[in-house]
Design a protein around this ligand. Structure first.
Ligand SMILES: [Zn+2]
Length: 78
């Protein structure tokens, strides 16, 4: 399973943002071997099962940073 397929599966889990959690792996069905991290607006996932290669990370979109800086700038001026 390639990165894009893994990403689609992990996004399909509908993990809430700002969460670090362990769960059963949707790829190898290992019990509680799957770690998902959605803190700092990223999406990271990793499976601790030795024979499972599920692992990946999706960074926040750059456009989000741009908006953040934009709103920070507004705050500074008002
Ligand atoms: Zn796994």
């Amino acid at each position: 399973m390639n990165y894009k397929q893994q990403l689609a599966v992990v996004q399909g889990l509908s993990i809430q943002s700002d969460t670090q959690t362990r769960m059963d792996c949707p790829f190898c069905n290992g019990r509680n071997t799957f770690s998902v991290d959605t803190t700092d607006n990223k999406l990271g996932w990793y499976c601790f099962h030795a024979s499972c290669s599920a692992k990946g990370k999706k960074k926040e979109k750059k456009i989000c940073n741009m908006y953040k800086e934009f709103f920070m700038a507004i705050k500074t001026y008002t």
